[in-house]
Design a protein around this ligand. Sequence first.
Ligand SMILES: [Ca+2]
Length: 442
Amino acid sequence: MRSILIAISLIALAACTSETDTSIDEDATASDAGGSITAEQAPEESTSGQQETAADAAAPARTEETRDREAPHLESAFAGQTRAPIPADSTDWSIETVARGLEHPWAIEFLPDGAVLVTERPGRLRVVGADGSVSEPVEGVPAVDNRNQGGLLDVAIAPDFESTRTLFLSFSEPHDDGTNNTALARARLSEDRTALEDVEVIFSQQPAVESTGHYGSRIVFQDEDTLWLTMGDRQGHPVRRNAQDPTNHIGTVVRLSFDGSVPQDNPFVGHEENRPEIWSYGHRNIQAAARDAQGQLWTVEHGPRGGDELNRPEPGKNYGWPTISYGIEYRGGDVYEGRTEAEGMEQPVYFWDPVIAPSGMDFYDGEAFAAWQGDLFVGGLRSQLVSRLVIEDARVVGEEWLEIGSRVRDVKTGPDGAIYLVTDQPEGQVLRIVPGGAEAEG
Ligand SMILES: [Ca+2]
């Protein structure tokens, strides 16, 4: 008899090959956000729910990119900057369902006892037990603007959570005049996990704007008292032009102390006009971020069509958007001058053309998959896959697709060494990737 977790069936993978997976492009035009969608309104980030995770047993897919590029006229800056080969080493894996019935879950975070916190984009925080049970919403979550891409976004527990019960939430902060911005709140989770206490908004992106897109936003801890928060360009011309202007927070990564104050070694501290919170700028919409074993921050951002990119943001540097970028506008045509390189602007470590529509990511450091140690796993919404990137000397030397069959919204290594995912669906799930091929039915 198969082992069964709660309501949980062992779900094998659909081995969709790239040539049959037409849902990738169909999904890019769907949305349940209501109203019409303009080309600029992020088809890469539609809120449509894809249906059930595919469940036919099959060998793990080890696909490589064979689709045509969206912007073949834009040449990469160096060999291996896109379309890395499939890594020589891999391993068998399969998918289990851990929990169901979460509405557009956005982030997953492990508590010390193995239960997980899950945010739901409409504005709820829940505790999912190791047995798959889903709690009532935790009380005290800040009000959010949950239109379109907005809502309750990332959650991260502080390194000293076991003694302080401190956690951080990122969200779309609403204002009475209809504007909003990405914000970061700090709170304590009550002992019984039913409520947040001492909730305090410690950072609000400036300026607030009238937009319902491109909020970022991931929280990554650098050490015991500093964190990075990633943000977006707030979508569309002309607001996105602000990503090149570090006197505001549009299109930036900021670095903060846990009380929201500015670390005095931030790159623009003491500068007359630039915002002292900024770590790096020139970003489009960073929805994935993680720190590697050496302490370096890595980010993945939604680019234009054919320009999703992996970066290694360093202090004070400019990552180019929207002045330089790979890819083309979603409505067609070059992004401004169609430039990919400029003096003083950083190249991405890697880019995807066509896009994957990235979500969350994590460096793998678990014990369950020896072959995957140190590799970076990046979730994809539109692509419905997890991209495994093998990195050497700050370059991507291999990419393997783990095809999930659902829009993947966050990726996190669990204490058991499994890789946990949440799926962006009206009835979203917590899934986990575990060692071993799919077991035969019956
Ligand atoms: Ca860039």
